[in-house]
Design a protein around this ligand. Structure first.
Ligand SMILES: CC(C)(C)CCc1c(C(=O)O)[nH]c(=O)[nH]c1=O
Length: 308
């Protein structure tokens, strides 16, 4: 069984890759991804200037998932632009994740990183905009403005990493925005925002930033991730490729994402918890499952979710 896949014309030797943020901030981490069985190298979302990020503890894993408020720790876009040629020599696609602390950061970062010619650029819309306003991904007008500005300076395939939506009206509104901005792929979903995990022993929160509030990942968000993959797959009738992210811990979880319409998948929590060997385990599990079900490739089951 081949687990290779193609997104926006770019061939991926494997369908599993890291989610932006998981083990991908430093040069050593990115090169280790390049040596691993990961099907691609995805950078941490990058900002104008290097950032230490938030005070620790800022990530906490627990049975069922994780919570994080990392605060965008990254080397700054210039360092990643310098690293991209070396990363591309690892023989797998390099996806540069672009962020920013506000809308105006994005075009500058996008133009500079595009010059380094990563294989794909992923625009992270979970970033903040004006204080007091929701994250960009929850503001359709700001999303459209930003995507049109960065589309003009990006010549490689451009994707959008979206936060989870919980109302069909939001899927439809964002579907219209995406349809008007010449987007080459979607990545669904980012962490489920502003959750809160409590330690009843210590009667305390488990992460230091934001009074313990943070983005949720892992098994517990899988139904939310699958719903968003399915909703946008249906809106675009499978014509915009989707990277499925959220709740993938075993091969069967990846299969569920493919049934809902994903063409490739990303892992975050399970990668942080288990380490780089997890790629081999997931490939073995998925290949065995596809074999057992009689599928010869991911394309044979993509979007084939049955309704009752
Ligand atoms: C949450 C932001 C800091 C605004 C963006 C970076 C980010 C972070 C992070 O760096 O805290 N964590 C996530 O789970 N998803 C993200 O997109």
């Amino acid at each position: 069984i081949g687990l290779s896949t193609t997104i926006a014309g770019v061939k991926f030797p494997g369908c599993f890759m890291n989610a932006a943020g998981a083990l991908c901030v430093t040069r050593d981490e990115l090169l280790a991804l390049g040596r691993s069985k990961a099907g691609a190298i995805v950078t941490k979302s990058m900002t104008m200037e290097p950032r230490h990020g938030n005070p620790e503890p800022r990530y906490y894993g627990f049975p069922g998932g994780s919570i994080n408020s990392m605060g965008l720790p990254n080397l700054g876009y210039r360092a990643y632009a310098d690293l991209i040629p070396e990363l591309k020599r690892c023989g797998k696609p390099v996806i540069a994740s672009v962020a920013g602390l506000c809308e105006d950061d994005f075009p500058t970062i996008a133009e500079a990183i595009n010059a380094a010619q990563p294989d794909l650029i992923e625009v992270n819309l979970s970033c903040p905009n004006i204080p007091g306003k929701p994250q960009i991904g929850y503001d359709a007008e700001a999303s459209e403005r930003l995507l049109k500005r960065v589309r003009r300076v990006i010549t490689v395939p451009m994707g959008v990493k979206l936060p989870p939506y919980f109302d069909p009206a939001h899927h439809d509104a964002m579907g219209k925005v995406i349809g008007r901005c010449d987007v080459d792929f979607l990545n669904l979903i980012n962490s489920v925002g502003n959750g809160l995990v409590v330690d009843p022993e210590r009667e305390a929160v488990v992460i230091k930033p934001k009074g313990g509030f943070g983005g949720l990942g892992g098994t517990l968000i899988k139904p939310v991730a699958l719903a968003n993959v399915r909703a946008f797959y249906k809106i675009f009738q499978g014509r915009i490729p989707i990277i499925g992210t959220g709740g993938i811990v075993d091969g069967v979880d990846a299969f569920e994402h493919f049934l809902c319409g994903a063409s490739a998948v990303q892992i975050g929590t399970v990668l942080v918890e288990e380490g780089l060997e997890v790629f081999g385990r997931l490939e073995t599990e998925l290949a065995a499952l596809l074999e057992k079900k009689g599928y010869r490739a991911i394309e044979d089951c993509r979007g084939k979710l049955k309704e009752l």
